[in-house]
Design a protein around this ligand. Sequence first.
Ligand code: SF4
Length: 327
Amino acid sequence: MLEIKNPALLNVTKAVNAWVDSWPNQNSYTDFLRASSLHGVCPREFVFNYWQPKANRSFDAKSRVLMSIGTHLHSLKQNQVLGPLGILWGTWKYVGSSEALKTHEGFHPDPDEAVWAMVHEKEQKWEYVEPEVWDEKYRIKGHIDGLIDVGRLEWLNSNLPLLKKDPISTCKRLHAMAPTQRMLFELKTTGSFVFDKLVAPKDIADYYQMQACIYQRLMGVSHTLFWYVNRDTAASKLLLYAYDAGWWRDATRKARIIWESIRDEVLPEALMPCHSPTDKRAKECVHCPVCFGKLDFKKYVESGKERAAKEGRKLLDLRGISFETPA
Ligand code: SF4
C-alpha cells in the first residue's frame, strides 16, 4: 500500500489555485452591457475598459469553480428536470450524434428518452437553448434561463397528489396540454446565510431584480420565477417576482450615461461608486490608477483608437445617436 510520509505533500491546493490563476485572462473588451451585471457596472470603469481593455484580475480559481457549479446546475434543471417534466418552453437542440443540426421549438421533444438517459447515466440527446434578449438602443444583452408555461405549472400544482401517486400517466396528461402563457425562469445558487433570509420577492438581491426586470421588459413578460438552490444543503426555494419599472429606468439611465460618454469621448462623472482610491471597490478596480490619477482623457481615447486598430477591434460608431432620458 502506498505510504505518504510527508502529509504536506497532500496540501497542493495553493499550488493548484496558483496554476489556475496563471491561465491567460479572457478578453475583457465589450461593446454591450450585460443585463446580469449591469447593476454593479461603474460607468467610468466600463468607459475606461472600452477604450483600453484590461484583464479582470478578480476572475480567479474560486470564480471558475463557482461558475462551473452554476453552469452544471443550469444544465441539470433545464435538461433533466424542467424539460422532461414538460413545463420548460423554448428551443431544443439535438446533441445526440453527428447528424445534421436539428432543433425543436416548444416543450422537450422526447421526455421518455431523457428520463431513460438519466436513469442509465447516459448523455442527454436534447439540450435547452437559453433565449437571448437584446436591446438595440441601449445595447443591453442577456440570456434568460428559460420560459415556464404558467398553465402547465398551475395544473401540476393543483394535481400534486396525483403526480406523486402516478407520475407517468400524470405527466402524459400534462404533455398533452396545449401551451399557455409563459413566465421567465431564473436559477440562482447561494450559500445558507443568504438562502435563509429569502422569504419574499423583496428579499431578492437588487442586481437580480434589475436583471429580471430587464428580461421581463425585453420579453414582454410580467413575472419571473426565481428558483434558489442552497449550495450548502441542496435545498430549493421558489419566489415569484413581478415587474418593477423602476429597475428598467435605473438600467437605461446607466446605459445612457455610458453610451453618451463613449459617443462624445468624455469621461462619465455620474454614478461613480468610489470617492477615493482607498475605497474597497477602487482597490479591486484595474482602472483605479487612471481614474484617480492625472489623466489627459483625449490622449487616452486616441491611444485607445490606435490600439483597437492594431488589434483589429472595430469600435462603435455612435455619432448622431440620441439616448434620451427614459420617461
Ligand atoms: S476606481 Fe471606482 S469609480 Fe474609478 S473606474 Fe474604478 S470602479 Fe469606477
